[in-house]
Design a protein around this ligand. Structure first.
Ligand code: MTE
Length: 306
């Protein structure tokens, strides 16, 4: 049997590099179109995996990556299915990416996401993530606290809320033409919620850039609220003096409120919220008040904001 001996410089990249750094680099190069032509040699770009912030711990195993990236709610790509969304995202362009910051701030500006990422160190945090539909996951998010961005733009005293808007690209997001929803997706937080240490602007999961179906290139993560508050592919953040309308509240105000804080005792009008089911095993677990983040967030609420 002929065994070809590999020369030193022929070590596959995945053996020479920790997996997360290898994939980070591949994602970046693919996003930049650099891997499109096989003849192009990959430049030696060192992209370090984000450092985990050990303060945030889990009471359950991290969800398998294939499940968290293969079972999604992203209505702009498909309002009727949660599986197979990745295959629908090929036309969606995520680089370059700009975020417009406007409204009640001293320094309104349009920021390039790459510049923003140079300003703030990216860290990894393990958070529970709970959808209003009762499925739950535990995800290693990477990103930076939204509070850092808020400080950068200097809110005026009149700024009491933040309004977030998703990109509006019906030609790249096929689901937008399939359902008559009030596109683009929009969400909101109260200023103290936005400043809370748990609230992240996330740019990655599992040590890699966010897959498009998970909200690339940048999304919100608000782990004590139902998942629909965690708006994906953000292009606009507006600081407002009154409570902004939200997508699901506009579609069905009886079922989806502004606060949407997780409370096992407050049923959805059509189902109980007492129990959740872990993806992908569907193992049942009691739902935790504020998704288990009571110590971080309960002081913001007087008891009736759910
Ligand atoms: N953001 C946008 N723009 N469009 C969406 O359809 N779905 C929301 C939220 N953010 C959604 C969105 C809902 S209902 C949930 S549960 C989470 O994203 C799902 O995030 P995941 O797919 O990464 O698990």
């Amino acid at each position: 049997m002929w065994i070809r001996t590999r020369k030193g410089w022929e070590i596959p990249e995945r053996e020479a590099t920790p997996e997360s750094a290898y994939y980070n680099r591949r994602e970046l190069l693919t996003a930049a179109g650099l891997l499109a032509a096989p003849a192009l040699a990959a430049p030696a770009l060192a992209v370090a995996a984000p450092k985990r912030n050990e303060k945030y711990t889990l009471d359950r195993p991290i969800t398998e990556e294939w499940a968290a990236t293969g079972y999604n709610n992203y209505y702009e790509f498909n309002p009727y299915a949660k599986e197979g969304l990745a295959a629908l995202t090929s036309e969606f362009v995520i680089s370059p990416w700009k975020i417009e910051i406007s409204g009640q701030v001293n320094k309104p500006q349009t920021l390039d996401l790459d510049d923003l990422l140079k300003k703030f160190p990216i860290e990894e945090r393990l958070y529970r993530f709970r959808c209003v539909e009762r499925w739950a996951m535990a995800v290693p998010w990477s990103g930076f606290p939204l509070s850092e961005l808020i400080k950068l733009v200097e809110p005026k005293p009149a700024a009491k809320y933040l309004r977030f808007v998703t990109v509006n690209r019906p030609n790249q997001m096929p689901g937008m033409k399939q359902a008559p929803y009030p596109w683009p997706y929009f969400e909101g937080l109260r200023m103290d919620e936005a400043m809370n240490e748990l609230t992240l602007l996330s740019t990655g999961i599992y040590g890699k850039p966010l897959p498009k179906q998970n909200g690339a290139p940048v999304r919100l993560v608000v782990p004590w609220k139902y998942g629909y508050k965690s708006i994906k592919s953000i292009v606009k953040i507006e600081f407002t003096s009154s409570e902004p309308p939200t997508f699901w509240n506009k579609l069905n105000a009886q079922e989806y409120g502004f606060y949407s804080n997780i409370d096992p005792k407050k049923p959805h009008p059509r189902w109980s919220q007492a129990v959740e089911q872990l993806i992908p095993s569907m193992q049942r677990k009691p739902t935790l008040l504020y998704n288990g983040y009571e110590q971080y967030v309960a002081s913001m609420y007087k008891g009736n904001e759910f």
